[in-house]
Design a protein around this ligand. Sequence first.
Ligand code: ATP
Ligand code: MG
Ligand code: FE
Length: 345
Amino acid sequence: MRVLGIETSCDETGVALYDTEHGLLADALFSQVAMHADYGGVVPELASRDHTRKLLPLVDEVLAEANLTRGDLDGIAYTAGPGLAGALMVGAATAHGLALALERPVLGVHHMEGHLLAPMLEDEPPAFPFVALLVSGGHTQLVEVQGIGRYQLLGESVDDAAGEAFDKAAKMLGLDYPGGPRVAKLAEQGDPKRLRFPRPMTDRPGLDFSFSGLKTHTLTTLRAFEAEGPLDDQARADIARAFEEAVVDTLVIKCRRALDQTGLKRLVVAGGVSANVRLRERLEHECAKRDARAYYPRGRFCTDNGAMIAYVGAQRLLAGERDEPGVFAARPRWPMDTLTPPETN
Ligand code: ATP
Ligand code: MG
Ligand code: FE
Protein backbone atom coordinates (compact mmCIF):
# COMPACT_ATOMS: atom_id res chain seq x y z
CA MET A 1 0.00 0.00 0.00
CA ARG A 2 1.39 3.38 -1.06
CA VAL A 3 0.62 6.16 1.39
CA LEU A 4 1.17 9.90 1.19
CA GLY A 5 2.04 11.42 4.57
CA ILE A 6 1.43 15.07 5.41
CA GLU A 7 2.89 16.86 8.44
CA THR A 8 1.87 20.47 9.26
CA SER A 9 1.56 20.53 13.06
CA CYS A 10 4.03 23.33 13.68
CA ASP A 11 6.65 25.11 11.60
CA GLU A 12 7.76 22.44 9.13
CA THR A 13 5.79 21.35 6.09
CA GLY A 14 6.69 17.68 5.63
CA VAL A 15 5.51 15.33 2.90
CA ALA A 16 6.57 11.75 2.17
CA LEU A 17 5.58 8.57 0.37
CA TYR A 18 5.76 5.27 2.21
CA ASP A 19 5.09 1.89 0.61
CA THR A 20 4.27 -0.98 2.99
CA GLU A 21 6.21 -3.35 0.72
CA HIS A 22 9.07 -1.18 -0.50
CA GLY A 23 9.56 1.22 2.40
CA LEU A 24 10.16 4.95 2.10
CA LEU A 25 9.95 6.11 -1.54
CA ALA A 26 10.49 9.86 -1.17
CA ASP A 27 10.32 12.65 1.35
CA ALA A 28 10.52 16.44 1.24
CA LEU A 29 10.53 19.12 3.88
CA PHE A 30 10.14 22.86 3.91
CA SER A 31 11.21 24.48 7.17
CA GLN A 32 9.71 27.83 8.14
CA VAL A 33 12.47 28.45 10.67
CA ALA A 34 13.93 31.44 8.81
CA MET A 35 10.49 33.07 8.57
CA HIS A 36 9.83 32.78 12.32
CA ALA A 37 13.40 33.64 13.36
CA ASP A 38 12.71 37.40 13.40
CA TYR A 39 10.02 36.83 16.04
CA GLY A 40 12.08 34.52 18.27
CA GLY A 41 9.52 31.73 18.01
CA VAL A 42 6.72 30.28 15.90
CA VAL A 43 3.93 32.72 14.93
CA PRO A 44 0.84 30.49 14.47
CA GLU A 45 -0.94 32.56 11.81
CA LEU A 46 2.21 32.86 9.68
CA ALA A 47 2.76 29.11 10.04
CA SER A 48 -0.74 28.26 8.74
CA ARG A 49 -0.41 30.58 5.77
CA ASP A 50 2.95 29.20 4.78
CA HIS A 51 1.76 25.57 5.02
CA THR A 52 -1.01 26.57 2.58
CA ARG A 53 1.59 27.88 0.16
CA LYS A 54 4.07 25.02 0.41
CA LEU A 55 2.00 21.88 0.88
CA LEU A 56 0.72 21.06 -2.62
CA PRO A 57 4.05 21.90 -4.33
CA LEU A 58 5.75 19.50 -1.90
CA VAL A 59 3.18 16.80 -2.68
CA ASP A 60 4.00 17.17 -6.38
CA GLU A 61 7.72 17.15 -5.57
CA VAL A 62 7.65 13.78 -3.74
CA LEU A 63 5.42 12.23 -6.40
CA ALA A 64 7.84 13.36 -9.12
CA GLU A 65 10.81 12.06 -7.11
CA ALA A 66 9.14 8.63 -6.87
CA ASN A 67 8.04 8.76 -10.51
CA LEU A 68 4.40 8.48 -9.52
CA THR A 69 1.23 10.45 -10.06
CA ARG A 70 -1.58 11.23 -7.62
CA GLY A 71 -3.58 8.35 -9.05
CA ASP A 72 -0.89 5.91 -7.88
CA LEU A 73 -1.62 6.70 -4.22
CA ASP A 74 -3.54 4.11 -2.21
CA GLY A 75 -4.17 6.29 0.82
CA ILE A 76 -3.40 9.59 2.54
CA ALA A 77 -2.33 10.25 6.13
CA TYR A 78 -2.00 13.60 7.88
CA THR A 79 -1.12 14.85 11.35
CA ALA A 80 -4.41 15.51 13.14
CA GLY A 81 -2.77 16.62 16.41
CA PRO A 82 -1.33 17.61 18.76
CA GLY A 83 -0.03 20.95 17.46
CA LEU A 84 -1.15 24.41 16.35
CA ALA A 85 -4.85 24.36 15.44
CA GLY A 86 -4.60 26.45 12.26
CA ALA A 87 -1.49 24.66 11.02
CA LEU A 88 -3.11 21.27 11.62
CA MET A 89 -6.26 22.36 9.74
CA VAL A 90 -4.21 23.08 6.61
CA GLY A 91 -2.89 19.52 6.54
CA ALA A 92 -6.25 17.98 7.45
CA ALA A 93 -8.22 19.94 4.84
CA THR A 94 -5.68 19.30 2.11
CA ALA A 95 -5.51 15.57 2.89
CA HIS A 96 -9.30 15.25 2.90
CA GLY A 97 -9.61 17.28 -0.30
CA LEU A 98 -7.10 15.04 -2.08
CA ALA A 99 -8.79 11.93 -0.72
CA LEU A 100 -12.23 13.03 -1.94
CA ALA A 101 -10.87 13.92 -5.38
CA LEU A 102 -8.91 10.67 -5.73
CA GLU A 103 -11.50 8.49 -3.96
CA ARG A 104 -8.90 7.07 -1.60
CA PRO A 105 -9.01 6.41 2.16
CA VAL A 106 -7.63 9.09 4.46
CA LEU A 107 -6.61 9.03 8.13
CA GLY A 108 -5.60 11.59 10.74
CA VAL A 109 -2.68 10.36 12.83
CA HIS A 110 -1.04 11.37 16.09
CA HIS A 111 2.10 13.48 15.76
CA MET A 112 3.84 11.92 18.77
CA GLU A 113 3.06 8.40 17.54
CA GLY A 114 4.88 9.55 14.40
CA HIS A 115 7.95 10.63 16.38
CA LEU A 116 7.77 7.43 18.46
CA LEU A 117 7.76 5.14 15.41
CA ALA A 118 10.24 7.14 13.29
CA PRO A 119 13.06 4.65 14.14
CA MET A 120 10.98 2.01 12.30
CA LEU A 121 12.16 3.66 9.07
CA GLU A 122 15.77 2.69 9.79
CA ASP A 123 17.61 -0.41 8.55
CA GLU A 124 17.58 -2.10 11.94
CA PRO A 125 14.26 -1.11 13.51
CA PRO A 126 13.57 -1.93 17.17
CA ALA A 127 11.37 -4.93 17.99
CA PHE A 128 8.52 -4.54 20.47
CA PRO A 129 8.34 -4.11 23.41
CA PHE A 130 10.55 -1.14 24.21
CA VAL A 131 10.82 1.96 26.37
CA ALA A 132 10.55 5.22 24.43
CA LEU A 133 11.90 8.59 25.47
CA LEU A 134 10.07 11.25 23.47
CA VAL A 135 11.96 14.51 23.68
CA SER A 136 10.78 17.31 21.44
CA GLY A 137 9.83 20.97 21.44
CA GLY A 138 6.48 20.32 23.10
CA HIS A 139 6.86 16.97 24.87
CA THR A 140 9.11 15.07 27.26
CA GLN A 141 7.66 11.65 27.94
CA LEU A 142 8.71 8.14 28.85
CA VAL A 143 6.41 5.54 27.36
CA GLU A 144 6.28 1.77 27.62
CA VAL A 145 5.47 0.49 24.15
CA GLN A 146 4.08 -3.02 23.68
CA GLY A 147 3.16 -2.53 20.04
CA ILE A 148 1.67 0.03 17.68
CA GLY A 149 -1.06 1.83 19.60
CA ARG A 150 -0.22 0.08 22.87
CA TYR A 151 1.30 2.87 24.89
CA GLN A 152 1.57 3.28 28.62
CA LEU A 153 2.78 6.63 29.87
CA LEU A 154 5.48 6.09 32.52
CA GLY A 155 6.29 9.74 33.14
CA GLU A 156 6.31 13.19 31.57
CA SER A 157 7.32 16.77 32.16
CA VAL A 158 5.21 18.61 34.68
CA ASP A 159 6.16 21.94 33.04
CA ASP A 160 8.48 22.77 30.10
CA ALA A 161 9.55 20.19 27.53
CA ALA A 162 13.30 19.53 27.17
CA GLY A 163 13.39 21.10 23.69
CA GLU A 164 11.49 24.12 24.93
CA ALA A 165 14.05 24.51 27.74
CA PHE A 166 16.86 24.41 25.15
CA ASP A 167 15.05 27.05 23.11
CA LYS A 168 14.54 29.34 26.12
CA ALA A 169 18.13 28.93 27.34
CA ALA A 170 19.27 29.77 23.81
CA LYS A 171 17.27 32.98 23.82
CA MET A 172 18.88 34.04 27.12
CA LEU A 173 22.30 33.33 25.63
CA GLY A 174 21.47 35.48 22.62
CA LEU A 175 21.15 32.54 20.22
CA ASP A 176 18.55 32.18 17.48
CA TYR A 177 15.51 29.90 17.37
CA PRO A 178 15.48 26.88 17.34
CA GLY A 179 18.00 26.92 20.11
CA GLY A 180 18.76 23.24 20.72
CA PRO A 181 21.41 22.75 18.04
CA ARG A 182 22.91 26.19 18.75
CA VAL A 183 23.21 25.64 22.51
CA ALA A 184 24.80 22.26 21.77
CA LYS A 185 27.33 23.87 19.43
CA LEU A 186 28.23 26.62 21.90
CA ALA A 187 28.52 24.01 24.69
CA GLU A 188 31.34 22.29 22.80
CA GLN A 189 33.57 25.23 23.73
CA GLY A 190 32.44 25.16 27.36
CA ASP A 191 34.37 23.91 30.36
CA PRO A 192 32.30 21.11 31.95
CA LYS A 193 33.94 21.65 35.34
CA ARG A 194 33.29 25.35 35.81
CA LEU A 195 29.54 25.28 36.62
CA ARG A 196 27.13 22.66 37.82
CA PHE A 197 23.39 23.06 37.23
CA PRO A 198 20.76 21.04 39.16
CA ARG A 199 19.29 17.74 37.89
CA PRO A 200 15.58 18.43 38.57
CA MET A 201 13.44 15.71 40.16
CA THR A 202 16.21 13.11 40.21
CA ASP A 203 16.52 13.08 44.01
CA ARG A 204 13.14 11.38 44.43
CA PRO A 205 11.66 8.28 42.84
CA GLY A 206 9.48 8.52 39.76
CA LEU A 207 9.75 9.16 36.06
CA ASP A 208 8.39 12.69 35.75
CA PHE A 209 10.51 15.61 34.61
CA SER A 210 10.64 19.33 35.30
CA PHE A 211 12.73 21.69 33.21
CA SER A 212 11.39 25.15 34.07
CA GLY A 213 13.70 25.46 37.10
CA LEU A 214 16.75 25.02 34.85
CA LYS A 215 15.58 27.99 32.83
CA THR A 216 15.47 30.11 36.00
CA HIS A 217 18.84 28.74 37.06
CA THR A 218 20.30 29.74 33.70
CA LEU A 219 18.94 33.26 34.07
CA THR A 220 20.25 33.61 37.63
CA THR A 221 23.69 32.39 36.55
CA LEU A 222 23.75 34.84 33.64
CA ARG A 223 22.77 37.72 35.97
CA ALA A 224 25.52 36.76 38.42
CA PHE A 225 28.11 36.83 35.63
CA GLU A 226 26.78 40.12 34.27
CA ALA A 227 27.05 41.70 37.72
CA GLU A 228 30.80 41.08 37.46
CA GLY A 229 31.09 42.81 34.09
CA PRO A 230 30.27 42.18 30.42
CA LEU A 231 29.62 38.52 29.62
CA ASP A 232 32.53 37.02 27.70
CA ASP A 233 32.29 34.21 25.13
CA GLN A 234 33.89 31.67 27.45
CA ALA A 235 31.30 32.32 30.17
CA ARG A 236 28.46 31.92 27.65
CA ALA A 237 29.93 28.63 26.47
CA ASP A 238 30.39 27.43 30.06
CA ILE A 239 26.74 28.21 30.84
CA ALA A 240 25.61 26.42 27.67
CA ARG A 241 27.73 23.42 28.65
CA ALA A 242 26.40 23.29 32.21
CA PHE A 243 22.84 23.60 30.92
CA GLU A 244 23.24 20.85 28.35
CA GLU A 245 24.96 18.54 30.86
CA ALA A 246 22.08 19.04 33.30
CA VAL A 247 19.35 18.30 30.76
CA VAL A 248 21.19 15.32 29.30
CA ASP A 249 22.10 13.87 32.69
CA THR A 250 18.49 14.23 33.89
CA LEU A 251 17.17 12.46 30.78
CA VAL A 252 19.74 9.68 31.15
CA ILE A 253 18.95 9.10 34.83
CA LYS A 254 15.22 8.76 34.05
CA CYS A 255 15.84 6.44 31.08
CA ARG A 256 17.94 4.21 33.31
CA ARG A 257 15.12 4.12 35.85
CA ALA A 258 12.53 3.34 33.16
CA LEU A 259 14.62 0.44 31.85
CA ASP A 260 15.07 -0.92 35.38
CA GLN A 261 11.39 -0.52 36.25
CA THR A 262 10.13 -2.27 33.09
CA GLY A 263 12.98 -4.79 32.76
CA LEU A 264 13.16 -3.94 29.05
CA LYS A 265 16.39 -3.95 27.05
CA ARG A 266 15.42 -1.71 24.17
CA LEU A 267 15.26 2.08 24.35
CA VAL A 268 13.87 4.24 21.55
CA VAL A 269 14.77 7.93 21.64
CA ALA A 270 12.89 10.23 19.28
CA GLY A 271 11.82 13.85 18.78
CA GLY A 272 14.03 16.87 18.05
CA VAL A 273 16.23 16.60 21.15
CA SER A 274 17.14 13.00 20.19
CA ALA A 275 19.45 14.61 17.61
CA ASN A 276 21.62 15.84 20.50
CA VAL A 277 25.04 14.21 20.22
CA ARG A 278 25.90 14.34 23.91
CA LEU A 279 22.58 12.72 24.80
CA ARG A 280 23.23 9.91 22.32
CA GLU A 281 26.76 9.33 23.63
CA ARG A 282 25.57 9.11 27.21
CA LEU A 283 22.69 6.79 26.37
CA GLU A 284 24.97 4.53 24.31
CA HIS A 285 27.24 4.25 27.32
CA GLU A 286 24.36 3.45 29.69
CA CYS A 287 22.86 0.88 27.34
CA ALA A 288 26.22 -0.85 26.84
CA LYS A 289 26.58 -1.18 30.62
CA ARG A 290 23.25 -2.98 30.96
CA ASP A 291 23.30 -5.05 27.80
CA ALA A 292 20.55 -2.90 26.33
CA ARG A 293 20.34 -1.16 22.98
CA ALA A 294 19.27 2.34 21.96
CA TYR A 295 17.47 3.14 18.70
CA TYR A 296 17.10 6.56 17.06
CA PRO A 297 15.70 8.01 13.87
CA ARG A 298 18.26 9.28 11.33
CA GLY A 299 19.15 12.95 11.91
CA ARG A 300 16.55 14.56 9.70
CA PHE A 301 13.73 12.37 11.04
CA CYS A 302 14.38 13.42 14.66
CA THR A 303 12.55 16.69 14.10
CA ASP A 304 9.21 17.03 12.31
CA ASN A 305 8.91 15.27 8.96
CA GLY A 306 6.36 13.69 6.64
CA ALA A 307 8.01 10.25 6.61
CA MET A 308 6.99 9.36 10.16
CA ILE A 309 3.38 10.37 9.41
CA ALA A 310 3.34 8.33 6.18
CA TYR A 311 4.71 5.35 8.13
CA VAL A 312 2.12 5.49 10.94
CA GLY A 313 -0.68 6.21 8.48
CA ALA A 314 0.33 3.25 6.31
CA GLN A 315 0.26 0.83 9.26
CA ARG A 316 -3.18 2.00 10.33
CA LEU A 317 -4.73 2.44 6.86
CA LEU A 318 -3.53 -1.06 5.94
CA ALA A 319 -5.43 -2.40 8.96
CA GLY A 320 -8.58 -0.70 7.68
CA GLU A 321 -8.65 2.42 9.84
CA ARG A 322 -9.88 5.56 8.12
CA ASP A 323 -11.65 8.89 8.66
CA GLU A 324 -15.18 9.32 7.40
CA PRO A 325 -14.80 11.13 4.03
CA GLY A 326 -14.93 14.90 4.47
CA VAL A 327 -15.17 14.65 8.27
CA PHE A 328 -12.13 15.96 10.11
CA ALA A 329 -11.05 18.17 12.97
CA ALA A 330 -7.72 19.37 14.27
CA ARG A 331 -6.90 18.02 17.73
CA PRO A 332 -4.45 20.56 19.24
CA ARG A 333 -4.45 18.55 22.49
CA TRP A 334 -4.58 14.80 22.15
CA PRO A 335 -3.13 12.56 24.89
CA MET A 336 -1.15 9.73 23.33
CA ASP A 337 -2.23 7.07 25.81
CA THR A 338 -5.80 7.30 24.44
CA LEU A 339 -4.59 5.68 21.20
CA THR A 340 -5.51 2.07 20.45
CA PRO A 341 -3.85 -0.58 18.26
CA PRO A 342 -4.69 -0.53 14.53
CA GLU A 343 -8.04 -2.13 13.80
CA THR A 344 -7.69 -5.68 12.64
CA ASN A 345 -10.31 -6.93 10.22
P1 ATP B 1 6.28 18.35 19.42
O1 ATP B 1 6.79 17.24 18.57
O2 ATP B 1 6.36 18.07 20.87
O3 ATP B 1 4.95 18.84 18.98
P2 ATP B 1 8.07 20.01 17.88
O4 ATP B 1 7.46 19.27 16.75
O5 ATP B 1 8.17 21.48 17.82
O6 ATP B 1 7.30 19.60 19.22
P3 ATP B 1 10.48 18.69 17.15
O7 ATP B 1 10.41 19.26 15.78
O8 ATP B 1 10.39 17.24 17.32
O9 ATP B 1 9.51 19.42 18.15
O10 ATP B 1 11.87 19.16 17.79
C1 ATP B 1 12.24 20.50 17.86
C2 ATP B 1 12.96 20.73 19.18
O11 ATP B 1 14.16 19.95 19.21
C3 ATP B 1 13.36 22.17 19.39
O12 ATP B 1 13.00 22.53 20.71
C4 ATP B 1 14.87 22.14 19.21
O13 ATP B 1 15.55 23.13 19.95
C5 ATP B 1 15.22 20.75 19.69
N1 ATP B 1 16.48 20.26 19.14
C6 ATP B 1 16.80 20.00 17.84
N2 ATP B 1 18.07 19.60 17.71
C7 ATP B 1 18.60 19.58 18.96
C8 ATP B 1 19.88 19.26 19.51
N3 ATP B 1 20.89 18.88 18.73
N4 ATP B 1 20.05 19.37 20.85
C9 ATP B 1 19.03 19.75 21.64
N5 ATP B 1 17.81 20.08 21.19
C10 ATP B 1 17.58 20.00 19.88
MG1 MG C 1 9.80 22.18 14.46
FE1 FE D 1 7.34 17.23 16.58
